[in-house]
Ligand binder design. Structure first.
Ligand code: B12
Ligand code: SF4
Ligand code: SF4
Length: 411
């Protein structure tokens, strides 16, 4: 019985539909014609998976949800996970999933002029928003499948709901790494994924039979210990990527010192992966146009207003963090990698309109002052802020920062 209000309908096998005007075409010839249409849109990396439900993945995802490992991503409820693991819900009558990938390991830009402490943006988010990079091309493929192949078709990148990584495995494109990333031969984890579901019945690719073997580098490299000791599971509650992108509230205090300079996403488990270390060309649209997109000056992020945030990040994945989220992340990064010269910037952020920023600025002032032996210099700043602050959560942050503050003589 289907639960959680999932879509109704048979699981597998399903009815054959949509052969349309290519009904007589040999299936191998049909597959080649479809893949040619996919390649014509610039997707050299593509594979075909049967549009089958994946109940084992659903179960694992529901376990993650029940254990709290999906943190605050409330949209991933059991009904969402049910739909995201059954392509028939995404496209009724779906028979095949065309899974495509675009490489995103763009080269590091030349270092910019000295601009104080800089943060770090995950590679996938340095250029154009990947949703936009994929969407137009995927929609054009779906249109061709409808118009030229007489089939139904529907495209997605990310939002589906459709879990993309398990289908990349089934499409013979990738295998699953301990970091939970889909690893592509030659490219490792450095690809973004997209899917076109279609009612065409296309011969599927054979899954790649590979595993991480004895490697556990991503598990060791994760700064926050978010990957389970045996791998294969990420606990979003500890994941820097989750917190800097999806979390709209306060970042757990004990994790903040571990964030380093990350202000949007995190590549630590990808950077360390030995798969795909050979050089390859990345999709040009993922390349940053300058150093500030990869390593933005942190003071500049704290100075953003809602308007300047929109102006600067429109069309880029960073929009997802929103202005307050990005400024919160910048506070933490400044606390971790800034110098005593950044204390006035953080003191200014104690007057930000957002309590989220004021609270994180208080933490960052305390953390940075302890790092640079400037405790006695900032103590009066925090004490004054405490007398002026009305928000209880910010008052608590200031109190904790004061309690942790080390005066120079006490070091
Ligand atoms: C939500 C989400 C996140 C969340 C949660 C990720 C997570 N690991 O749970 C957060 C914000 C933390 C995140 C982070 C990142 N993400 Co993300 N994310 C997604 C999204 C939208 C849904 C994934 C999801 O539902 N996760 C929920 C958990 C439960 O699923 P899971 O870990 O993927 O797999 C579970 C089960 O499905 C099961 N499982 C998986 N495969 C199989 C197979 C079998 C046989 C079985 C039994 C079980 C099983 O094991 C896990 C159980 O815990 C997908 C896009 C999509 N629609 O699929 C992108 C996606 C997975 N993310 C992507 C990227 C690039 C990232 C980051 C690298 C971004 C960054 N640099 O900061 C990090 C990497 C973190 C990591 N190590 O996974 C890419 C991955 C590409 C690739 N090569 O794998 C995707 C596919 C987006 C895209 N369109 O390209 N992401
Ligand atoms: S993205 Fe960063 S924090 Fe999240 S699992 Fe990978 S290394 Fe750990
Ligand atoms: S770092 Fe090692 S264990 Fe982790 S995904 Fe890559 S190959 Fe697998």
């Amino acid at each position: 019985m289907l639960q959680f209000g999932a879509c109704e309908g048979p699981m597998w096998p399903r009815r054959r539909t949509g052969r349309g005007k290519v009904g007589a075409m040999e299936s191998d010839a049909l597959r080649e014609a479809v893949l040619a249409a996919v390649r014509a849109e610039g997707f050299e990396l593509a594979g075909i998976a049967p549009a089958a439900a994946v109940p084992a993945v659903r179960e694992a995802a529901n376990d993650a949800l029940a254990a709290g490992r999906l943190a605050g991503m409330g949209w991933m409820d059991p009904a969402w996970l049910e739909r995201a693991t059954d392509p028939d819900c995404f496209l009724p009558g779906a028979r095949s999933l065309i899974v495509v990938a675009l490489p995103n390991h763009s080269p590091e830009p030349e270092p910019g002029p000295a601009a104080g402490a800089r943060g770090r943006v995950a590679r996938y988010a340095r250029g154009r928003d990947y949703h936009r990079v994929f969407e137009k091309r995927l929609r054009r493929i779906a249109r061709r499948l409808r118009e030229e192949f007489g089939a139904d078709a529907r495209a997605t990148v990310d939002y589906g709901p459709l879990l993309e990584r398990p289908y990349a495995e089934l499409a013979g494109l990738a295998w699953r790494g301990r970091s939970t990333m889909a690893l592509l031969p030659g490219f490792g984890p450095w690809v973004m994924l997209g899917v076109v579901a279609t009612t065409l019945d296309l011969p599927a690719d054979a899954p790649i039979r590979k595993s991480c073997g004895s490697c556990a580098r991503c598990i060791t490299a994760c700064p926050t210990g978010a990957i389970a000791p045996d791998g294969g599971v990420v606990d979003a509650r500890r994941c820097i990527s989750y917190h800097t992108i999806e979390n709209r509230g306060a970042i757990p205090r004990e994790l903040r010192p571990l964030f380093g300079d990350w202000v949007f996403g995190c590549d630590a488990c990808l950077d360390t992966c030995p798969v795909g270390q050979s050089r390859f060309e990345s999709c040009a649209e993922f390349e940053p146009t300058g150093p500030d997109e990869a390593h933005p000056p942190l003071a500049g992020l704290l100075a953003l207003t809602e308007e300047t945030f929109l102006e600067r990040f429109r069309g880029r994945a960073i929009m997802r963090a929103k202005r307050d989220g990005l400024a919160r992340n910048a506070c933490i990064a400044l606390g971790n990698v800034g110098t005593a010269d950044d204390l006035p910037t953080l003191a200014g952020a104690l007057h930000d309109a957002s309590p989220l920023i004021r609270g994180h600025a208080a933490w960052a002032i305390g953390h940075l002052a302890n790092r640079c032996a400037a405790g006695s210099r900032v103590r009066p700043v925090l004490e004054r802020a405490l007398t002026e602050e009305h928000d209880s959560s910010v008052r608590e942050e200031i109190r904790l920062a004061l309690a942790d503050l080390q005066d120079e003589g006490s070091r």
